[in-house]
Design a protein around this ligand. Structure first.
Ligand SMILES: [Zn+2]
Length: 641
């Protein structure tokens, strides 16, 4: 008998002891990090509200109870029963029964009302019908990404359960090593921005943290082939942990599956969906630019199938000797500061991923409070000594000023923006400014992936800032549903009509004018001297956005959006830059993150910044806080224990 089977037998015996005599436990299995209890008596299990909670704390496991097939009422009658138990206001949009697992997935506009106080409504459902309910939110704005991911996972449910069972046995395997050591190898994003990848290694386990590309430098991928990473085979790593969906952290995860990796990807649920959206776009852009992408959409689906979503604050076993916990990072939807607890109190490491330290309109500021941390791996994008950003309030005022001026001139405002994060931040600024009369009411057109990314934001309001959540939960106050917002979904004719029509504000991808529908908008509006082009995000060297900022006024517009003709356009529209809408902490934010961090770490690795930024930040942190700091290069290894 394997050690995992023995462990499960022991757990079953322990559970038998704990449950009342009228409850039988037929089987106990691991599925990913969870312990699943099968029983012919699901209704009796649901009778006692504390039973599962007590078991979970006694066994120190996350527990799910599933009914044996014979305990299930038939789906048709269960359907009617469930709908009668759930309050009408919950807005149930779909019930989906899975007879093989005894689960019913309930999609509802207000999941909280399906769950009930402390899960009371969920338990009532099980008491009535025997099925185990699982609740998901109906997106308030229809999202093709969310529905594609959900449908795909539905269709792959069997195979996914096999994956989870295999991963579960892997997590709970018996430890082999007596040796205790911890090290981190840097596989990318050191003294550079892009291709984030780290390997956290113990005598027992190897975990890859992030696996991104380097924007503008295709082919410069993380050093995955070193012996301690994939060099000794695709499954020599146990798990991948993804801090957030941006491509410089996630783009090359599907490549791991192409190499033959078959293990889990731990991330938050919104990170999983955004990752899928951005990776598919990455493939699309590559093919439009005539490049051969390193993988195809099949591997994007593999990554989604292997994703194990975790919520902020869940302490989760991902290996016999490693527990991971995600905390809000304030950077983009679902972004996580990731805490690793290694061994039984042996060592603790936190990876910041990308962070924003203070609150923004979209997110609460990054969490920096942990039970223990000895080492922090800290992003340093704006770590340079002069990298201070304008206060967001001042930036907002300046943006509104530019909009008012443009309106008075009779022009249109064109804002190139990234689909994920900055666009939603700007949408919130504009919605409030119109509501409070600071700028005139006019249509706000959203082009490119912005609408879709916004829909994903509204699907996961619990990841947004507290007061924004409250507004989204009340449909009539959901700022993203404001009447002014118009989705450009009818292509070039609609753009032409908008450009010819009344004055408006247009948000369009790509954020650095490197392609996408923004090219078409420039063609329509670029010659109009009454209109303004307003930059609200960083423009990297070498991008058209950066050139326009530096005064270029003859710009090439030969791309997909005008049929491939090699034209140039004379730019007559005004060009403005409004700083301060960054998703990253600036120098002060990074220093404050460490200053207020609890507990203060012994060591800090400054990564994810250009040479000057990491050096500056590393030396400032050392001088101010007397912490041992490092600005590692790629391919360095640090031993901590
Ligand atoms: Zn990022």
């Amino acid at each position: 008998m394997s050690s995992v089977d023995k462990q499960l037998d022991d757990l079953k015996a322990e559970i038998d002891e704990e449950v009342p005599p009228d409850i039988t436990v037929s089987d106990v299995k691991y599925e990913g990090p969870e312990l699943v209890i099968y029983t012919p008596h699901p209704k009796e299990f649901a009778e006692d509200g504390d039973l599962v909670r007590n078991l979970a704390s006694k066994l120190r496991k996350r527990i799910t109870v599933r009914p044996d097939p014979e305990a299930l009422s038939d789906p048709a009658s269960a359907d009617a029963k469930i709908r009668s138990v759930i309050p009408d206001d919950a807005g149930v949009t779909d019930l989906d029964f899975h007879e093989d697992t005894g689960e019913v997935v309930i999609e509802a506009e207000k999941p909280g009302m399906v769950i009930g106080r402390h899960g009371s409504t969920l338990r009532e459902i099980t008491r009535e019908v025997g099925w185990t309910p699982e609740v998901v939110r109906t997106p308030p704005i229809e999202s093709s990404t969310v529905s594609n991911v959900r449908n795909f996972l539905k269709q792959e449910r069997d195979e996914r359960r096999d994956v989870l069972e295999r991963v579960g046995r892997q997590i709970h395997r018996e430890e082999i090593g007596r040796d205790q050591w911890v090290r981190i190898s840097t596989l990318g994003c050191c003294r550079e921005v892009g291709r984030a990848a780290f390997l956290l290694q113990t005598a027992e386990t190897r975990v890859l943290i992030d696996c991104g590309d380097k924007p503008g430098a295709e082919g410069e991928v993380p050093y995955l082939q070193v012996p301690e990473a994939l060099g000794s085979g695709p499954n020599s790593i146990d798990a991948v942990v993804l801090t957030h969906a941006h491509l410089d952290h996630s783009a090359l995860i599907p490549l791991l599956f192409k190499y033959g990796y078959d293990g889990p990807i731990y991330c938050t649920e919104p990170t999983r969906d955004l990752m899928g959206l951005l990776q598919l776009d990455y493939l699309d852009v590559a093919s439009k630019e005539g490049r051969t992408p390193p993988y195809d959409s099949e591997q994007v689906r593999e990554a989604i199938k292997h994703a194990i979503p975790l919520e902020y604050g869940d302490v989760t076993d991902i290996a016999p000797d490693i527990k991971v916990t995600f905390h809000n990072a304030g950077h983009i939807l679902g972004s996580a500061v990731t805490h690793f607890h290694i061994g039984d109190g042996l060592y603790n490491v936190a990876f910041s991923g990308d962070i924003h330290y203070t609150d923004t309109r979209l997110f609460n500021g990054a969490v920096n409070d942990f039970p223990r941390v000895e080492t922090l791996v800290l992003e340093s994008t704006y770590g340079g000594r002069n990298d201070y950003q304008t206060d967001q309030e001042d930036s907002e005022e300046k943006l509104l000023e530019v909009i008012n001026e443009t309106y008075d001139d009779g022009g249109t405002v064109l804002i190139p923006a990234f689909a994920v994060g900055r666009s939603q931040e700007i949408m919130l600024v504009l919605e409030e400014a119109m509501r409070t009369g600071k700028i005139p009411e006019m249509p706000i057109h959203l082009d490119g992936m912005i609408w879709e990314a916004t829909a994903i934001h509204t699907t996961y309001p619990e990841y947004l800032r507290d007061d924004l959540q409250d507004r989204i939960f009340h449909d009539n106050k959901n700022p993203f549903l404001a009447d002014q917002f118009n989705h450009i979904d009818a292509g070039e004719d609609e753009r032409q009509a908008v450009a010819d029509d009344e004055q408006s504000i247009i948000l369009s991808t790509s954020g650095m004018i490197t392609g996408g529908p923004i090219m078409s908008w420039l063609r329509h509006l670029g010659s109009d001297s009454d209109s303004r082009l307003v930059f609200v995000g960083y423009q990297a060297q070498g991008t058209l956005g950066n050139r326009i900022q530096n005064g270029w006024d003859e710009i090439p517009v030969n791309n997909d959006y005008n049929g491939g003709r090699g034209d140039t356009l004379t730019l007559n529209m005004g060009v403005e830059t409004v700083d301060g809408f960054s998703g990253h902490a600036d120098r002060k934010g990074l220093m404050d993150f460490v200053r207020t961090m609890n507990p203060r770490p012994e060591k800090i690795l400054c990564v994810h910044g250009d040479e000057r930024s990491v050096q500056d930040l590393s030396s400032a942190l050392y001088h101010e806080f007397d912490i041992r700091t490092f600005a590692p290069k790629n391919l360095e290894t640090f031993r901590f224990r």
